[in-house]
Design a protein around this ligand. Structure first.
Ligand SMILES: O=P(O)(O)O[C@H]1O[C@H](CO)[C@@H](O)[C@H]1O
Ligand SMILES: [Mn+2]
Ligand SMILES: [Mn+2]
Length: 390
């Protein structure tokens, strides 16, 4: 029996357009493939050894004859390409109705009510890139004390404020107010606090970001594991994505390396169940910023630490490296891209060189986790447990 599953999310590391990418405006997107092309090839020897290059052509990542892991890729059933929906599907939920977005900004009634309740006016109220809008409105924000409200192609209500102008706890309270307002017909997936520091022309965002999500729309494999008395450890923004549901212990991280440190920490402890890690830098620092070179460096930095992670695993642990959506930094715009997610699986109990093929849903991962841990499933997804276990 498997004691622990590490579900390791490389946020936004997609592996090519999905058949329905056209409907999302994402034809030709391929996060891994296009970064590799644009930067002269990726150097990911550890993921290569596990089988990453056997999934698809990625310049620099070879298809090898004897990968030590199992590998494949998965399609997204849910109608979206955001973090929330992606993670929910990974743990067994299908969300067919897209979450609400605001391409024209938020309705006047909402903004009026929000301003009344926070006791300040606001700036912005439009879709924007978070780093661009603080450069555009940050100075005015510092002069007036009005927070910057913005959205994106995702279902998000984001509030940016300078840490010296609006203290963090006040910013977090504003987010809670927004969370109360953005329910019912305006049930946006997330309210996000976006604190920053610095001076006009040189602002930088801090790791004090917080996400206020909706409760998942149904029971996930995390809830089931928790009910069965297993540990469900959320590392990085996992707790936020699930609004705490199904999580028994959570730790927030400051960057990808911290996320890896924490994963290793928890692997070295005595626990049983699911260790669920999200590395968000790929997405937030490089994907949305359309920085393929930065993205490549972050991938290589992670890859170099994979041996340490694998060495911390015990004989009855299994790790699944995967993603939640794409965010091709060579693509137009600044938003996520509708892509396959790569799946690379390793463990002493896992058969080497097994191709699990093209999975029809991210929820195949949820179903497999249920089977591996011998707990109930959410009913969605098809298990690949029999294919991968020795
Ligand atoms: O441009 P920034 O502020 O990084 O925002 C991005 O991050 C949000 C949440 O991941 C996405 O919706 C996108 O808008
Ligand atoms: Mn994401
Ligand atoms: Mn994102």
């Amino acid at each position: 029996m498997v004691n622990r599953v590490v579900l390791f999310i490389m946020d936004s590391v997609g592996i090519g357009e999905l058949p329905d990418a056209k409907a999302f405006g994402d034809v030709g997107a391929n996060t891994l493939g296009n970064i590799a092309e644009a930067t002269g090839g990726l150097n990911l020897p550890n993921l290569q050894k596990l089988g990453l290059g056997n999934i698809d052509d990625i310049k620099g990542v070879d298809k090898i004859t004897e990968p030590i892991g199992a590998y494949g890729k998965a399609m997204e059933v849910s109608n979206g390409k955001d973090t929330t929906i992606g993670h929910w599907e990974l743990v067994g939920l299908h969300v067919k109705k897209p979450l609400r977005t605001y391409p024209e900004g938020f309705p006047k009634e909402i903004i009026d009510e929000f301003e009344r309740r926070i006791g300040r006016k606001t700036l912005g109220n439009k879709p924007a890139s978070g780093t661009v809008i603080i450069e555009e409105l940050g100075k005015e924000h510092m002069e007036t004390g009005y927070p910057i409200v913005y959205t994106s192609a995702d279902s998000v209500f984001q509030i940016a404020a300078h840490e010296d102008v609006i203290p963090l706890d006040e910013l977090y309270k504003m987010c809670q107010i927004a969370r109360e307002l953005m329910m019912g017909d305006n049930a946006v997936a997330r309210i996000i606090a976006r604190p920053f520091i610095g001076q006009p022309g040189g602002f930088s965002r801090t790791s004090n970001r917080r996400d206020y999500s909706l409760d998942p729309f149904g029971k996930t494999v995390l809830d089931i594991a928790k009910e069965d008395g297993l540990d469900v450890i959320g590392i990085g923004k996992i707790e936020d994505i699930f609004n705490g549901r199904g999580i028994t212990e959570a730790i927030h991280t400051k960057d990808n390396m911290d996320g890896i440190d924490q994963t290793i920490n928890y692997l070295n402890r005595d626990n049983r169940g699911i260790i669920f890690t999200n590395l968000v830098d790929f997405d937030a620092k490089y994907g949305h910023r359309r920085d393929p070179h930065g993205y490549r460096a972050a991938l290589e930095e992670m890859d170099a630490r994979i041996p340490e992670i694998l060495e911390s695993m015990k004989a009855d642990d299994i790790i699944i490296f995967t993603a939640d959506h794409g965010n091709d930094p060579t693509y137009k715009g600044t938003d996520h891209t509708r892509e396959y997610i790569p799946i690379v699986i390793y463990g002493k109990a896992v058969r080497a060189n097994i191709n699990i093929g093209i999975r029809e849903s991210f929820a195949d991962i949820a179903k497999t986790i249920s089977d591996l841990l011998e707990i109930e499933s959410t009913g969605n997804g098809n298990s690949f447990k029999e294919m991968i276990l020795k």
